[in-house]
Design a binder for this molecule. Structure first.
Ligand code: ZN
Length: 124
């Protein structure tokens, strides 16, 4: 009698497990949709976006422990208008909740800091 071991497919960004490649494909399609501009999201002046990026850098810099690079995971929530969050992080949004209106981005791996630095125009 042979037993079958279910093969799990894992998203390389969020580590969510799926029972099939189809599940992962659906997940990736949703992620792509989150990063596609919605007509209800206002476009903002570049100066406002740049100013808010510096505020985000300040919040990150002052809310993470000094040795945060050695820790595995850090979570930071920043309340802001949807249009502002979208202007900064579109292309990197990995989760969106219609119910709460919360967006989530996840930066991991050896390029995480470089990616965030590029998005936020900061070397901090
Ligand atoms: Zn994922």
């Amino acid at each position: 009698m042979a037993t079958t071991v279910p093969i799990l497919v894992i998203c390389s960004i969020c580590d969510e497990e799926f029972k099939s490649k189809r599940g992962l494909s659906y997940h990736n399609a949703m992620v792509k949709k989150f990063n596609t501009h919605q007509s209800n999201i206002d476009k903002l002046p570049k100066a406002i976006i740049t100013k808010f990026k510096s505020i985000v850098v300040f919040i990150i810099y002052h809310n993470l422990p000094i040795n945060f690079k050695s820790m595995e995971k850090q979570t930071l929530s920043i309340p802001c208008p949807e249009s502002l969050f979208y202007a900064i992080f579109s292309g990197h949004i990995h989760h969106y909740s219609k119910r709460t209106g919360a967006y989530k981005c996840k930066f991991c791996g050896i390029l995480a800091y470089q990616t965030l630095a590029k998005i936020l125009n900061s070397e901090k």
